[in-house]
Structures are given as structure tokens and as C-alpha cells.
Design a protein around this ligand. Structure first.
Ligand code: FMN
Length: 148
């Protein structure tokens, strides 16, 4: 049974994009679908790698992730974290896109195990803190539920 103290579910994964990148198309799909399903989150894209943070009810997040898993626009999907949480991190955004600025790069550098900035090698134990640090910046292109 779901713990009432942990009403939300989050799933963080990374994958390798098939080129050409279709980030705009993906974001429009997320904007169309996520609000009705109560899903919010963030997406980072760098050098052909996706890093996505999804949050909402367990049922909604897992149903979306099952579709994402079979999406031919990426491969090598690696789940970094999947757990129940107390609150949302991106409550206002149906799916925000991270903007790469000196600040967001520096945050990522601080969490990276080596000098290469490779999203695919994000440490599973620091994936959520990484998004939390990014979320505290204003360096996002938000798509709010109301825009959808
Ligand atoms: C990296 C990545 C992230 C995605 N994120 C979302 C998302 O947040 N919401 C969503 O509905 N679809 C997302 N998709 C697309 C889904 O895999 C799927 O194509 C889409 O939900 C189908 O939407 P439709 O039923 O409106 O055609 C994502 C796909 C990829 C490759």
C-alpha cells in the first residue's frame, strides 16, 4: 500500500538520443500529455544524451515510463533512481528544459565523477541532488501546465 507520507513517485533515467535530436517535439508531447496525468519534471540534453526527471503518482509515472522505454528516438535507457518521495521538485512545470549556462554547467561539474561532462555517466546516488541544485537556478525553459 502507498505510504501516505510519501504520496509522490519519482523516476530519473538517462538514455542515448537517436540523431537528429527531437527535443522540441518531445517537449511538445510532454506539454500536451503531462498536465492531465499530473506529471511534472525536467529534462537535460547534452551531446546526444538525455537525462530526465519524472514525478507524479506512481501509476502515472510508471505508465509514462513504459511508453518512453519503447520510444525509438533513444536507446540504452538506464534508470538512475526510482522511489517514493514526500513532495515534488518541479511542481509548476509539466516538463522544463535545462538551459546550459556557466552556472548549470558548473553545478553538473561539481557532481561529476570525472572531468568529462557526460550526462550518461551521472552517478545514481547524486542524480536527485543534481536536479535539486539545477532546479534552484532560473536556467530553465519552463512549460507550465497552464500553457499545455
Ligand atoms: C527522452 C524522452 C522523453 C520523453 N518525455 C515525455 C514526457 O514527459 N511526456 C510524454 O507524454 N511523452 C514523453 N516522451 C514521448 C513518449 O515516449 C511518447 O512518444 C509519447 O508520450 C506519446 O504521446 P502521444 O500518445 O500523444 O503520441 C518522451 C520521449 C523521450 C525519448
Amino acid at each position: 500500500m502507498q505510504d501516505p507520507a510519501l504520496p509522490f513517485h519519482r523516476l530519473i533515467y538517462t538514455s542515448q538520443a537517436k540523431l537528429p535530436l527531437e527535443t522540441g517535439v518531445l517537449l511538445r508531447q510532454a506539454q500536451k500529455n503531462n498536465p492531465a496525468r499530473g506529471i511534472t519534471g525536467g529534462l537535460a540534453v547534452l551531446d546526444g544524451v538525455y537525462l530526465q526527471y519524472l514525478e507524479g503518482s506512481e501509476e502515472a509515472v510508471e505508465a509514462l515510463f513504459a511508453r518512453i522505454l519503447t520510444d525509438g528516438r533513444h536507446s540504452g535507457v538506464k534508470v538512475l533512481e526510482r522511489r517514493a518521495v514526500t513532495r515534488r521538485m518541479f511542481s509548476d512545470w509539466s516538463m522544463a528544459l535545462l538551459e546550459w549556462t556557466p552556472g548549470t554547467r558548473q553545478i553538473f561539474q561539481g557532481f561529476s565523477p570525472d572531468s568529462a561532462l557526460n550526462l550518461y555517466e551521472t552517478d545514481p546516488t547524486t542524480a536527485a541532488p543534481l536536479f535539486r541544485a539545477w532546479a534552484a537556478t532560473r536556467d530553465w525553459h519552463p512549460l507550465s501546465p497552464s500553457e499545455g
